[in-house]
Design a protein around this ligand. Structure first.
Ligand code: NAD
Ligand code: UFG
Length: 348
């Protein structure tokens, strides 16, 4: 059992990972400013984790850019005396379009925030960190499936900030002994915990396909716009590697175990399924899960999109002993259970 600091632990991926980590017996301190989440998510995580997790989750409302908040988080914990052994760093901003409009905010939260966090880690004698990176680093991939050795060529400010933090982490790893770092490059995280109690709850109009489809299914929106029907794919719509958020959460546990078991490390790994699904396939699969067809219309391509991004996940399997276990059917079943039992997200 380790004491862990989870930044951004109230968010979509953070809340599912917090549950998996509590179930694995760890003690957690979550630091979140609720910029894009609700405290209700963590209340439900505790409810799902049950009485065995009692006293093992402490929540601090605060900002990763503020050193006093970081100091409070490193000093907090369920059992006084032992320090934070590792950090799982989810906190950040993630909307591509918003990053184009507000690059300085993205560089501040994602890059400056990560720099502050790493400085606090050093000050508190913690040198183990799992970082939320993204397949967005690869930009327009030259070939699919994409291996980790593919060129890092992000095409928007959000991607630039992720590349900058990966660079910062590799500089830190090279600067002194003792660092154990995993940069996990997520492909397209979707779905929800099978209980339907926690899931993705985007603010406003969803930018991403999966929450948009589920909001159409529940009647909050009229129809899905399919961005392009003329891509060089089997049915003309874009292809992505959708990964169930519970598989992703388990990938974090596997990465943490690998870091804690070894010496100095700098891992840069894709977390994806290795399977691609088109937009139309996802719409069809979601329709089967919810028992009605999802209204949709093919429209113009969205600027900045690639035709196909699919992970080569073989390194994660080799180095972490982890691979996805859930498929598109599970993703849609679990995503629909969350959406129809919480039509307005955590507010309902
Ligand atoms: P999310 O927005 O649901 O979670 C991020 C959390 O960080 C939120 O709870 C938010 O309130 C918190 N936060 C934001 N700024 C903060 C700050 N300054 N201080 C403290 N907390 C702050 O997003 P998510 O989907 O769970 O993503 C988690 C991480 O994974 C992000 O770093 C994101 O860039 C990365 N990622 C996400 C995806 C995806 O498609 N969801 C894909 C690749 C990478
Ligand atoms: N799409 C539609 N209609 C929509 C939304 C999306 O047809 O309303 C299509 C897109 O064109 C694309 C696919 O659905 O072909 C997936 O789009 P998303 O917006 O859901 O996801 P992206 O692959 O564009 O990007 C996501 C995150 C990024 C992250 C990337 C890789 O938004 O932050 O996955 O992890 F970097």
């Amino acid at each position: 059992m380790a004491r862990l600091l989870i930044t951004g632990g109230a968010g979509f991926i953070g809340s599912h990972t917090a549950l998996v980590l509590l179930e694995a017996g760890h003690e957690l301190v979550v630091l979140d400013n609720y910029a894009n989440s609700s405290p209700e998510a963590l209340r439900r995580v505790l409810e799902l984790a049950g009485p065995e997790a009692e006293g093992r989750l402490q929540v601090i409302e605060g900002d990763i850019r503020r050193s006093t908040d970081l100091d409070r988080a490193f000093a907090a914990g369920a059992s006084p005396g032992a320090g934070v052994e590792a950090v799982i760093h989810f906190a950040g901003l993630k909307a591509v379009g918003e990053s184009v409009a507000e690059p300085l905010r993205y560089w501040d939260v994602n890059v400056n925030g990560s720099q502050r966090l790493l400085a606090a880690m050093r000050a508190h004698g913690c040198r183990t960190v799992v970082f939320s990176s993204s397949a967005t680093l690869y930009g327009y991939p030259e070939a699919v499936p994409i291996p980790e050795s593919a060129p890092i060529r992000p095409i928007n400010p959000y991607g630039h900030t992720k590349a900058a933090v990966e660079k910062m982490l590799s500089d830190v790893a090279a600067s002194e002994a003792g660092w154990r770092i995993a940069c996990l490059r997520y492909f397209n995280p979707v779905g929800a915990h099978p209980s339907g109690r926690i899931g993705e709850d985007p603010n406003g109009i969803p930018n991403n396909l999966f929450p948009f489809i589920s909001q159409v299914a529940v009647g909050r929106r009229e129809q899905v716009q399919v961005f392009g029907g003329d891509w060089p794919t089997s049915d003309g719509s874009g292809v992505r590697d959708y990964i169930h958020v519970m598989d992703l959460a388990e990938g974090h546990l596997a990465a943490l175990n690998t870091l804690l078991a070894g010496g100095d490390q700098l891992l840069q790994l894709n977390l994806g399924s290795g399977h691609g699904h088109s937009v139309l396939e996802v719409i069809e699969a979601f329709g089967r899960a919810c028992g009605r067809s999802i209204p949709h219309q093919i429209t113009q391509r969205r600027s900045g999109d690639a035709a196909i991004t699919v992970a080569d996940p073989s390194e994660a399997k080799r180095q972490l002993g982890w691979q996805t276990r859930r498929n598109l059917h599970d993703i849609c079943q679990d995503g629909w259970r969350w959406q129809h039992s919480n039509p307005g997200g955590y507010a309902t």
